[in-house]
Design a protein around this ligand. Structure first.
Ligand code: HEC
Ligand code: HEC
Ligand code: HEC
Length: 304
């Protein structure tokens, strides 16, 4: 049996990580989300949104994560650190704690922008002024001042689309060559409709479900051509490779089994080589496995 695994094909420039900006993340607790009178319902929504679970998802996919991290050139276990490249997209960490594990999944400040530091970010100013009865009214002084000190203007659909694309379109060659999915199948409009708009105070408008701003943002962050090289030596020792390809499967006659269960001759089957890309959805993987099992049954029947 030959084990195949992904290996890094080329030395690549440093990752596309942005410099830590002048604004600091204070963490979801600072937004209220249950502790005080602020953003209670937003917090309730968030706990049911896919972004709340991005850390537990990553932990569930530990083996895959460690393999990507190590092939990427990091210490495998560091993938959970807030200051790691993985932390840029998979979760949130309170500023100053980058050397520790991410605190939460993708959170309020991941999309709306870091709200600190105290006195200099938007945290204080964004609370200023009474809210209008009309949720679409953006004239409140606190909102306008906040936009000048780091609040992301997500009301503008182009900025909103760019925010989703920042994480959901993976354009870093080195990361892709480490076996990370591209994010190409990302359903932007579905995400807005089914998930994100649940915490808005206004009903979705036609402009909110316009694909054009997303298409434009994707254009600005193209996925580079990249190669995945298959080698026979596992890149990460002691860890199972991402794809296991059995060279040949041979079914031998088993004398302990009744005749009707035995093939007449030993049968050499075609190897199980589904040729799926690394971001193939589980459904297609299961389809391939099903197809192969059917093929095995076919061969057994033919040889009876
Ligand atoms: C630019 C943002 C970004 C960065 C950086 C990033 N990821 Fe991801 N990652 C995503 C997104 C978005 C998805 C979901 C993509 C999809 O399903 O197509 C994802 C999916 C994954 C998955 C699930 C893959 C699967 O087959 O189910 C793993 C594991 C993963 N990332 C690990 C990592 C690790 C480890 C790092 C750091 C070395 C990292 N990611 C860095 C955005 C990112
Ligand atoms: C800070 C990074 C980040 C930002 C910004 C972000 N997401 Fe995500 N999102 C993720 C990660 C990471 C996952 C989990 C991917 C996984 O493990 O499969 C995710 C999951 C999702 C999912 C669940 C299904 C899927 O495709 O994996 C939807 C839907 C989604 N995001 C929509 C959006 C939309 C819409 C926006 C913009 C308003 C957005 N996201 C902004 C990082 C981000
Ligand atoms: C995945 C990205 C994402 C996450 C995570 C997120 N938001 Fe939002 N949020 C948006 C978008 C996009 C809008 C629409 C912006 C607009 O219309 O001004 C929005 C709108 C809002 C609004 C304005 C609602 C309205 O109707 O005017 C508030 C308040 C808000 N978010 C608070 C929060 C809080 C608090 C959290 C964390 C518990 C959070 N958001 C998490 C993307 C996000």
């Amino acid at each position: 049996m030959i084990l195949t695994t992904l290996a890094l094909t080329a030395l690549l420039p440093a990752n596309g990580r942005t410099q830590a900006g002048k604004y600091k993340t204070l963490g979801y607790r600072s937004c209220g989300t249950g502790q005080n009178a602020c953003h209670v319902s937003d917090g309730d929504w968030w706990r049911s949104d896919p972004h709340f679970k991005t850390i537990s998802d990553l932990k569930r996919k530990q083996q895959r994560s460690m393999q990507i991290a190590q092939t990427y050139g990091m210490k495998a276990g560091d993938y959970l650190l807030g200051g790691s490249r993985c932390g840029d997209c998979h979760g949130e960490v309170v500023s100053g704690r980058e050397s520790r594990a991410m605190n939460t999944g993708v959170s309020c400040e991941s999309c709306h922008g870091p709200s600190g530091p105290n006195g200099a970010g938007y945290f204080e100013v964004h609370q200023e002024g009474a809210r209008s009865k009309d949720p679409l009214d953006v004239s409140r002084s606190g909102y306008q001042k906040a936009l000048k000190v780091g609040l992301v203007e997500l009301r503008k659909v182009a900025i909103r689309a760019g925010t989703c694309v920042r994480c959901h379109q993976i354009s870093e060659k080195k990361l892709l060559e480490a076996g990370h999915p591209t994010g190409e199948g990302f359903d932007y409009l579905g995400g807005i409709k089914k998930d994100i708009s649940k915490h808005w105070d206004y009903a979705i408008r036609p402009t909110d479900i316009d694909q054009a701003p997303f298409a434009a943002a994707v254009q600005r962050k193209p996925i580079p051509a990249f190669t995945l090289k298959i080698t026979n030596s596992p890149a990460v020792s002691g860890m199972r490779p991402a794809v296991v390809v059995r060279d040949t499967v041979v079914i031998y006659k088993n004398r302990n089994l009744p005749a009707w269960l035995n093939p007449n001759n030993s049968t050499t089957l075609e190897s199980f080589d589904p040729r799926l890309s690394h971001d193939a959805p589980v459904d297609s993987i299961l389809q391939e496995i099903k197809r192969y099992i059917e093929y095995v049954h076919q061969c057994i029947n033919d040889n009876r």
